[in-house]
Design a protein around this ligand. Structure first.
Ligand SMILES: Nc1ncnc2c1ncn2[C@@H]1O[C@H](COP(=O)(O)OP(=O)(O)OP(=O)(O)O)[C@@H](O)[C@H]1O
Ligand SMILES: [Mg+2]
Length: 446
């Protein structure tokens, strides 16, 4: 076994640095690691491995961990890099490790772009939503997101049109005598040709009535997710099962997982409501109710210390509102969606027939959501014993209009709720919470 003292001696000898300096540097390094792990931040050391602690523990949760006879030590994990694992197993020559010691050539340093930087596995979060696909990537404390619309339009094929698309660097696909334009570009074409953009997904799942749906969804994902050879980890969102209805969830999840694995990723699904909890409830020990009100559905998850207690979905969400309002006002759903996204304010009285209808269907959606949640909690047999009130976090595009939070709270407070709720709050960025949560799930998988 190597002790701290021996480590200091060895580093002093290898680097020629003063022993006091090495001792101070090691103490500072261990301090920084401890702080990061206590804060729930993983530590990743290139070519060595990563340490992670799954949750930021408050006093109360430490008590509940002890009362459940869990060993706190088990909460910090070390996962060796592939390289270290191969070295330990004796399947890789030890000389490679020596190349990165101080005093080697610059080209031998671990950060050299050409040599090694491409080798370290990274993690990604992918929100596969009915209306938008969002990729989360980058740094643990600074997740960057990129979005593509999950939609396409078709235009008749002509050599001329194809050339124009090429000149404008617009990606497209051919299908028989039609050109398929997908992702963010589809909106521009839908507006210009005054046609409805079509969707590869419907109510949170692959749309079985769109013949080209699966082909298109793969192409849209490939605009965001690049092929990898490093077995990077990618978590993608899936909806909860709809209450009272069967869903083709297993097929949807299996198709996405197989496709993402064919791009080289270790792919794992995460429930959408749970991913909202991962993104927004670190300070609550990942205990609470996460809700994502999207295009195709509202997804809900109740988790205790990051473990899901139950999850479900309802298929009333943004698309339902657009279609229902369009039907009663003799408008097309796309036009309703534009009005809704640009100007709906639920905190003031409706100005015209469109807004009146939007208010009514928004209220109906929230009522269905709250009532279903109440029933799920009342019927759930494995509710954890909670020693304090828990929060509800709202996210998703449909939660964006001004006044949504207040409307939700008003409907929520109309009747007693079976468990104590501390607050209802909005996600910091409602449109990217799911992708950020998936990213965090992937980081903890590493
Ligand atoms: N500012 C806004 N005001 C009102 N609605 C909005 C706004 N922005 C987006 N939306 C609506 O939000 C919905 C899309 O939300 P989101 O991107 O969260 O859904 P999704 O993840 O693609 O779908 P799902 O999770 O249901 O599969 C659409 O119905 C869109 O019209
Ligand atoms: Mg969503």
């Amino acid at each position: 076994m190597m002790t701290k003292k021996e480590l200091i001696q060895q580093v002093t000898k290898q680097t020629g640095l003063n022993k006091t300096l090495v001792t101070q540097a090691l103490a500072s390094m261990l301090n920084s690691w401890t702080e990061a792990l206590v804060a729930g931040e993983p530590i990743r050391l290139h070519d060595f491995g990563s340490f992670s602690s799954p949750i930021q523990l408050s006093h109360q949760s430490v008590e509940s961990i002890e009362s459940k006879n869990l060993i706190p030590r088990q909460l910090v994990r070390f996962r060796p890099s592939e390289k270290l694992a191969r070295l330990v197993a004796g399947t890789e020559e030890a000389k490679e490790i020596n190349q990165s010691h101080i005093g080697g050539h610059m080209s031998d340093m671990p950060n050299n772009e050409n040599q090694n930087s491409g080798q370290e596995a990274e993690f990604f979060g992918l929100d596969v939503g009915t209306s938008r696909i969002v990729l989360g990537s980058g740094e643990f404390n600074n997740v960057k997101t990129q979005t593509q619309l999950n939609a396409f339009v078709t235009v008749p094929y002509s050599k001329f049109t194809e050339n124009i698309l090429r000149q404008n660097k617009i990606t497209y696909q051919m299908s028989g005598k039609e050109i398929l334009i997908f992702g963010n570009e589809s909106e521009k074409f839908a507006n210009s040709f005054n046609v409805e953009a079509r969707r590869p997904m419907c109510n949170g799942l692959l749309n079985p009535t769109e013949a080209n749906g699966w082909q298109i969804i793969q192409s849209i994902i490939e605009l965001l997710v690049k092929k990898t050879k490093k077995t990077d980890i990618l978590c993608f969102s899936v909806p909860g099962a709809p209450r009272g209805g069967e869903a083709n969830l297993v097929y949807h999840e299996g198709m996405l997982k197989n496709f993402l694995e064919s791009l080289g990723y270790r792919a794992k699904s995460v429930n959408e409501g749970l991913s909202v909890i991962f993104a927004e409830m670190e300070r609550d020990n990942f205990t609470g109710i996460g809700i994502s009100c999207g295009g195709g559905m509202c997804n809900v998850c109740f988790a205790f210390m990051s473990v899901p207690v139950f999850s479900f979905s309802i298929s009333k969400a943004g698309d339902y509102i657009d279609n229902a309002v369009a039907a009663v006002t003799s408008e097309v759903p796309t036009r309703i969606r534009v009005i809704k996204e640009e100007s709906l304010d639920l905190s003031r009285a409706p100005k015209d027939k469109y807004e009146s209808a939007m208010h009514i269907y928004y209220e109906e959606m929230i009522l269905t959501l709250v009532e279903t949640l109440r029933t799920e909690i009342s019927e759930s047999r494995n509710l954890p014993r909670l020693d304090r009130a828990i929060p509800i976090v709202l996210s998703g595009g449909t939660a964006k209009p001004k006044g949504f939070l207040e409307k939700f709270e008003k409907i929520f407070r109309q009747n007693d709720f079976p468990i104590k709720i501390s607050e209802v709050r909005m996600a910091s960025e409602p449109l990217t919470a799911t992708a950020r949560g998936c990213y965090i799930a992937a980081a903890y998988e590493s």
